[in-house]
Design a protein around this ligand. Structure first.
Ligand code: IMP
Length: 423
């Protein structure tokens, strides 16, 4: 049994918390794409945990965590995270595994990511600078380095020589930066090798065996549907497939093994980095939402752009991902607003556009038609039964469900585990 959890907007929908909650009913939590660009925050016992590469379900002692082959693993960042987890008292020994065929992110990927994005000037993507796109570029360019290569020192050094040949030429001749020495880099990363040896397995085989034994698996998507390399707002996207289909290739499991897809949507919309965002709010409510929702990137600390709920994109996401049920997060952040808007239709060249346009040129230039809903004044953080929510809040959820066309099964009203209300 495999449940996939995915973000239906531009990431930061609060998936970490949902996965943490769902993990109680699962045996394995597996990440299938992205890398240390992700930031999942979980608050437990008043302690805050931020995960970048490690699946957020690891906080539960019975859960096995998997970093699948679709992930790109930065050894330095991974080790920092393991060290932080140890300091916070999480024992992950023998229950955290990484795919032998996942690719690794090295120093030069991070440097290149940052200088390439800066070089784009006004067309910059606003990447997280974590070397994600550049690692995937090497993967598809067939000069990437996989975990199994990294574990074998001589193979690693040979592959490093090949990869660095062109990179160093670029650094020196084009970017006018200093070159990277193979020996220094190999030396710098050698301290991570033993840990990788301990954790590296064929995760696809492991997962398929677990499925046969009846284990329950949660596949954790990072980022969100509209940052997907194929279906997102290209080129303002990440370099992997966060959509549910990515779980098959990123974990090595057959599509028929996926039993459920859960979508997570924030009660409003946010986006970090550049790119079109039709329902972005350009008045002081942007700041109100940012402050109330603490909308700052978990990875880079950048302020997130805030906007109204966009029913057109979330409806598209439910179809694209085959979503069975939707969970709405951060409903509490909207408390206190007099009116709340929902984007229900786009207008382009005086024509109505009912579905999300894949053409970024169109998406960038649409106007949005809104519906206005009445807000609510009461603080809803401590409400634990759905029927106790203010009538206006329930109407807002009903309307979203109607517009998006998928059952909403829960809403979250705060960052703690208990603040999820079943509907
Ligand atoms: P990259 O993934 O670092 O290449 O960045 C590409 C785009 O995806 C940028 O707009 C980033 O801000 C965005 N992005 C990457 N990871 C996340 C995430 O976890 N949450 C939200 N946005 C993200």
């Amino acid at each position: 049994m495999i449940t996939v959890v995915i973000g239906t907007q531009w990431g930061d929908e609060g998936k970490g918390k949902i996965i943490d909650t769902l993990a109680t009913q699962h045996d394995i939590v597996a990440r299938y794409q992205g890398g240390a660009n992700a930031g999942h925050t979980v608050v437990y016992n008043n302690q805050k945990f931020i995960f970048h590469l490690v699946p957020s379900g690891i906080l539960h002692k019975h859960v096995v965590g998997i970093l699948g082959n679709g992930i790109v693993i930065d050894p330095a960042s991974f080790f920092q995270e393991l060290t932080d987890m140890e300091k916070q008292g999480i024992d992950f020994s023998k229950r955290l595994f990484i795919a032998q065929n996942a690719h690794i992110t090295l120093t030069y990927h991070k440097i290149l990511d940052q200088i390439e994005d800066a070089k784009r000037g006004s067309g910059k993507l606003g990447t997280t600078g974590r070397g994600i796109g550049t690692t995937y570029t090497d993967k598809y360019g067939r000069i990437g380095i996989r975990v199994s290569d990294f574990i074998n020192e001589s193979v690693f050094i040979n592959k490093l020589k090949t990869a660095l040949e062109l990179k160093n030429y670029l650094f020196q001749e084009y970017y006018k930066k200093s070159i990277i020495s193979v020996e220094n880099l190999a030396d710098e990363y050698s301290k991570y090798r033993e840990k990788f040896k301990e954790m590296a397995i064929d995760t696809s085989y492991y997962l398929n065996q677990a499925i046969d034994k009846g284990k329950r698996i949660l596949a954790e998507g990072a980022q969100g549907t509209f940052l997907d390399i194929d279906f997102g707002t290209y080129p303002f996207v990440t370099a992997s497939n966060p959509i549910s289909g990515g779980a098959c290739t990123g974990l090595g499991i057959g599509p028929k093994k996926i039993t459920k897809v859960i979508g997570v949507a924030k009660a409003y919309t946010t986006r970090v980095g550049m790119g079109p965002f039709p329902t972005e709010i350009n008045d002081e409510i942007n700041q109100t939402l940012r402050t109330a929702g603490n909308e700052f990137g978990a990875t880079t600390g950048r302020p997130r752009r805030c906007g109204w709920f966009d029913a057109i994109i979330v409806r598209y996401a439910t179809v694209l991902n085959g979503i069975d049920e939707l969970i709405i997060t951060k409903l509490d952040v909207l408390s206190g607003l007099k009116t709340i808007k929902i984007g229900v239709k786009y207008i382009y060249n005086d024509q109505s556009v009912d579905i999300y346009p894949l053409d970024t040129e169109i998406f960038e230039n649409v106007d949005v038609e809104y519906e206005e809903m009445q807000g609510w004044d009461t603080n809803i953080n401590n409400i634990s039964t759905y029927k106790d929510l203010p009538t206006a809040a329930k109407k807002y959820i009903d309307r979203i469900e109607e517009l998006v066309g998928t059952k909403i099964t829960a809403v979250s009203v705060g960052s703690a585990r208990e603040q999820i209300i079943a509907r």
